[in-house]
Write a protein that binds this ligand. Structure first.
Ligand code: PRP
Length: 193
């Protein structure tokens, strides 16, 4: 099989000419870890209805890969919360922009995040989701910065501990750019636009 060459920084046209500090997690490493997570999650849910709930936008790439590694029946839905805007640091404002249409009551809910940073997003959403009386609620994140204070709910499934850098790619953005990178990179310079 001829695998397509994977473009990576430097020189990746998807980077808009920006310099990256480094590739924190390359595509092969992510693929391997997502496979492991899928197997772990499959074993963690021997029965019951499983609803994988992706938090948009950041989780869309991770979720798409993750659900294809989970070998049991499941449904997928999404919710949208926004906190950062175009800033490099969290504004602390978390608002629900789209509420899942699916009934949550009595189901195993697996909330999928791209990254846990300050933990504010999770702390807000966990409270809202628990009010819907799910059978269980667990969180899966690709990246965890481990800087959040007390989280309202433990994060059960973690892909990688993340470096304390500004990360983009594999769903993560800066000002909506870079979500389509197949790897996670950190930006060398703080973009001003
Ligand atoms: C980002 C990221 C997480 C959240 C993590 O979302 O995708 O959901 O922030 O930060 P926290 O732990 O400090 O709350 P963002 O609001 O930027 O929206 P996006 O998913 O559309 O990029």
């Amino acid at each position: 099989m001829n695998a397509a060459p994977v473009a990576s920084a430097p020189g990746d046209p998807r980077l808009l000419g920006r310099d990256v500090r480094r590739i924190a997690f390359d595509a092969d490493r992510i693929r391997a870890r997502v496979g492991e997570l899928g197997r772990t999650i499959t074993e963690a849910y021997p029965d019951g209805d499983l609803l994988v709930l992706g938090l948009l936008k950041g989780s869309f790439v991770f979720l798409a890969d993750l659900v294809r590694e989970i070998r049991r029946p499941l449904h997928v839905d999404f919710l949208v919360a926004a906190s950062y805007g175009d800033a490099m640091i969290s504004s602390g404002n978390v608002r629900m922009v789209y509420d899942p249409e699916t009934e949550l009551e009595g189901k195993h809910i697996l909330l999928v995040e791209d990254i846990v940073d300050s933990g504010r997003t999770l702390n807000t959403l966990v409270g809202l989701l628990k009010q819907r009386a799910p059978r269980s609620l667990e969180i899966c994140t690709l990246l965890h910065k481990r800087i959040a204070g007390a989280l309202a709910h433990p994060v059960r499934f973690v892909g990688f501990d993340a470096p304390h850098e500004f990360l983009v790619g594999y769903g993560l953005d800066h000002a909506e750019n870079f979500r389509h990178l197949p790897y996670v990179a950190s930006l060398k310079q703080v973009p001003t636009d």
